[in-house]
Design a protein around this ligand. Structure first.
Ligand code: NAD
Ligand code: UDP
Ligand code: UDP
Length: 321
């Protein structure tokens, strides 16, 4: 591909779990990728395979500060995603979502780039509508411990749609439902990483509450397919668009699956349910199917097997501890 036909693509949060898989995919397609990350939750290990490629550039930068670069497309993923991380410095979490969105939108406006926002199913809060459709406005506590993340992401969506209406920006807003796979953080407290790490080390599997709450889990490769499809879609497809795997499992079922795959001797241990923990979550993905021709392909068990392999290697290399 000639040097003028390939795209220059900015990925904020590119050293994180989803961002690093996205960088891999964009590089494999022959683009120039600029990865911007402040390494709060990201890791150089996640992008080590790209670092020597001349089409890849890594910049340590915090998106709450302005950024002046020349790019054709922007994927804005920068934001800690797990409660342990986003509650560590809640003010910084809101700043990352809100100031980060303003800066990236200001950049997109100046260079007329198409811009993608990694929003979240958390904008629905503890949903009163099930499964969640994009038209549902959500049930979010504005002053609770999860609010810095939920409200920050909601405000970022507002900014995206105002820049779209006011400045005619081409925007792509995706609402990501729980995603898992290799390069998840081993210690981020999320349910898949917790259960897999616990099972592999024969430690008790910690179920919060009675384990009857449900989530739907999307394998990372499927999620990245949706990112690419949304960015490539027509300008009239702005989103917000739900992306996730509608297969719904209780936490007890998830624990059982992971125990089976790992052959673990772990037993199940109950812990208190955290405050504001949603009881159910499952995406309605009709819009993604209709507008992007996208559906998830990887069944939970297959994705869990790959995730277990990754964590197994990580433990063996003693990097996890
Ligand atoms: P992650 O924590 O692995 O990645 C986030 C990345 O952003 C990290 O590399 C981190 O260092 C970086 N970052 C954080 N604050 C920054 C800042 N101020 N400036 C620059 N970089 C910063 O999380 P992830 O799971 O890869 O999530 C990526 C995006 O997808 C996030 O916006 C998240 O809210 C969203 N999302 C993820 C999920 C999921 O299930 N993984 C679900 C819904 C939404
Ligand atoms: N911005 C940026 N990079 C750019 C252009 C703008 O980081 O290439 C930031 C800029 O600092 C500003 C924000 O984006 O605070 C919003 O920009 P916009 O042009 O929308 O607003 P204004 O500059 O008028 O505040
Ligand atoms: N959870 C659990 N044990 C754990 C970690 C999480 O039972 O060790 C539960 C948690 O209470 C929630 C679900 O698993 O009901 C998903 O939690 P996670 O933090 O992964 O995602 P989110 O709540 O953001 O969907």
């Amino acid at each position: 591909m000639g040097q003028f036909s390939r795209k220059r693509i900015l990925v904020t949060g590119g050293a994180g779990f989803l961002g690093s898989h996205l960088c891999d995919r964009l590089m494999a397609a022959g683009n120039d990728v600029l990865c911007v990350d402040n390494f709060f939750t990201g890791a150089k290990d996640n992008i080590a395979q790209l670092i020597d490629n001349p089409n890849f550039e890594l910049m340590r930068h915090d998106v709450t500060f302005p950024l002046y670069v020349e790019v054709d497309e922007i994927y804005n993923l920068a934001c800690p995603a797990s409660p342990i991380h986003y509650q560590h410095d809640p003010v910084q979490t809101t700043k990352t979502s809100v100031h980060g969105a303003i800066n990236m939108l200001g950049l997109a406006k100046r260079v007329r780039a198409k811009i993608f926002q990694a929003s979240t199913s958390e904008v629905y809060g503890d949903p009163a509508v099930h499964p969640q459709v994009e038209e549902y406005w959500g049930n979010v506590n504005p002053i609770g411990p999860r609010s810095c993340y939920d409200e920050g992401k909601r405000c970022a969506e507002t900014l995206f749609f105002d820049y779209h209406r006011q400045h005619k920006l081409r925007i792509k807003v995706i609402r990501i439902f729980n995603t898992y796979g290799p390069r998840m953080h081993p210690n981020d407290g999320r349910v898949v990483s917790n259960f897999v790490m616990q099972a592999l080390q024969n430690q008790p599997i910690t179920i919060y509450g009675d384990g009857s709450q449900t989530r739907s889990f999307c394998y990372v490769d499927d999620m990245i397919d949706a990112f690419i499809a949304l960015m490539a879609s027509g300008d009239d497809v702005t989103g917000p668009i739900n992306v996730g795997n509608p297969g719904e499992f209780t936490m007890l079922e998830l624990a059982q699956n992971i125990i089976d795959i790992t052959g673990s001797k772990s037993r199940i241990e109950r812990r208190p349910l955290p405050q504001d923990d949603p009881k159910q979550r499952r995406p309605n993905i009709e819009k993604a199917q209709q507008h992007l021709g996208w559906s998830p392909k990887v069944p939970l068990r297959d994705g869990l097997v790959k995730t277990v392999e990754y964590f197994d290697k990580l433990i063996a290399s003693k990097k996890a501890i």
